[in-house]
Design a protein around this ligand. Structure first.
Ligand code: SME
Length: 157
């Protein structure tokens, strides 16, 4: 079992680069999607110390809670609802600098202030989303988007 190495030094991009290499190694040893999601949620969460890091999977017309790290979360989100359902519908990453400014944001936790949601695409179909919440405003930027999009590709590849 690979130990998750502590990544605490360097710029955000450098930390993502190292994290992505570790994730590639971890997912290479496991084909099951849930197992992959579980370790990837843990690795992202503990590298950056986010408030909530996890996956929702598309099941019918809903997103259903998958592996995550952090406090209790809502279990089902309808297509087109909230940040997660909107990212699914629009098939693109959504960066929300201030959740209070996103109409329809679903507050699983009142501590969450900013958020990023990255869809997972497999064979042209969205099979789920990666959702990350921060307790601070404007945590996520183009660097997070770029690297998290690469990371979800590792999972669905
Ligand atoms: N805020 C999300 C709901 C999921 S929780 O943040 C874990 C949304 O608006 O879709």
């Amino acid at each position: 079992m690979a130990e998750h190495l502590e990544i605490s030094n360097g710029t955000k991009a450098e930390r993502y680069a190292l994290l992505t290499r570790q994730i590639e190694a971890v997912v290479a040893g496991e084909t099951d999607m849930i197992a992959r999601m579980a370790n990837v949620a843990s690795m992202i969460h503990h590298t950056f110390g986010f408030w909530w890091t996890g996956f929702y999977r598309t099941v019918g017309n809903e997103l259903v809670l998958g592996p995550f790290q952090g406090p209790l979360a809502c279990t089902r989100i309808a297509f087109g609802r909230g940040v997660c359902g909107t990212a699914w519908r629009d098939e693109q990453t959504i960066v929300v600098p201030d959740v209070e400014q996103f109409e329809g944001h679903i507050a699983c936790s009142s501590a969450s202030r900013s958020e990023i949601v990255v869809p997972l695409r497999q064979n042209g179909v969205i099979i789920g989303v990666l959702d990350i919440d921060s307790c601070e405003l404007a945590t996520f930027d183009a660097t997070d988007r770029e690297w998290l999009e690469r990371i979800v590709e590792c999972i669905t590849r």
